[in-house]
Design a protein around this ligand. Sequence first.
Ligand SMILES: C[S@@+](CC[C@H](N)C(=O)[O-])C[C@H]1O[C@@H](n2cnc3c(N)ncnc32)[C@H](O)[C@@H]1O
Length: 232
Amino acid sequence: MSNIEIRNHPKYYDIYISGPQDNLKLYTKNLVPGRSIYGEKLQSFRGVEYREWDPYRSKLAALLLKNPTSNILAKDLNCLYLGASSGTTISHLSDIVKEGVIFGVEFATRSIRQLVQNTSERANIIPILGDAIFPASYAKAIYTEIDLVYQDVAQPNQAEIAVDNCNYYLKTGGMLILAIKSQSIDSLAKIDKIYSQEKKILEKSGFEIIESMNIDKFAEKHIVLIAKKKST
Ligand SMILES: C[S@@+](CC[C@H](N)C(=O)[O-])C[C@H]1O[C@@H](n2cnc3c(N)ncnc32)[C@H](O)[C@@H]1O
């Protein structure tokens, strides 16, 4: 562990930074000190251990580095995370939502095994082996209303999957963060056309798109949408 200066992010709850504005490094406070999940660096500063958050490995970190206006994260959020994989991003979210719970849905058995191993000491993560295409199939595991749905599944029908899950679990006024990979939807169509088509699906389904951030710099051909479920 090396000693570098870590400071509060000026805008986002429980997010930490180091370095100059044009080359910021992001961190979260490690909920399980001494434990690294995906090889990320652990840094101690003034007696607190932080985990460096890699925007090339996590679209949520990439989104935060794009400086969205919305301040979406808070300590008491209950989250549904679709496409949890082996735990990279969900573990940082778990550092932040210390008083909430995150239900992490993943359909690949190898990934869910790794997720369970990687996050067993994190009481606020509940791994669920399930297919996000069928939200009702994991209803018994989700015991509370959801404030935030985060989705990163790289499927052809990304917007529909998000809408179905939000209709099932997200409270009115709740937020959706949706990572869209254009290549998974159509590798031949114009990227902008794909993005606007996905946005239309959300809007027609009762969502207000708050922000749309291009994160190409960190994840090729991706945007991340922040949307709000409107009252009907
Ligand atoms: C791009 S990776 C997610 C990376 C992860 N969000 C992170 O940042 O740590 C996409 C994940 O979604 C999972 N996935 C794809 N389709 C799914 C579905 N229908 N239901 C559940 N998981 C799915 C894949 O198995 C894969 O682990």
